[in-house]
Design a protein. Structure first.
Length: 94
């Protein structure tokens, strides 16, 4: 099991497009993924679960990845948060 805390640095928060992209990237792995904010727990492989958590700019979220391929999954999540969800504000207008 790997636990890591992240801060949402994307000004738009974790909205539908990046949440969908994150789930697409990790859904084929076997490891379970949980996002925890305050007392809320979301399934990291479910867009609906992530959207109901409502992660906004500046929020802290703990991510727990548990399973045989947990290292690979956590690397994807680290890259995703490190690159502001690979989604920039200027991309909205396109």
């Amino acid at each position: 099991m790997i636990e890591k805390e992240f801060i949402v640095n994307n000004k738009l928060g974790l909205h539908l497009r990046p949440a969908t992209e994150l789930v697409r990237r990790i859904s084929n792995f076997k490891a379970a993924v949980q996002f925890i904010k305050d007392d809320e727990v979301a399934d990291g492989k479910s867009v609906i679960s992530l959207m109901t958590m409502v992660l906004t700019y500046g929020d802290k979220v703990k991510v727990i990845v548990d399973g045989e391929d947990e290292v690979e999954v956590m690397k994807i999540i680290e890259d995703f948060f490190g690159n502001n969800f690979n989604f920039q504000l200027e991309d909205i207008s396109k």
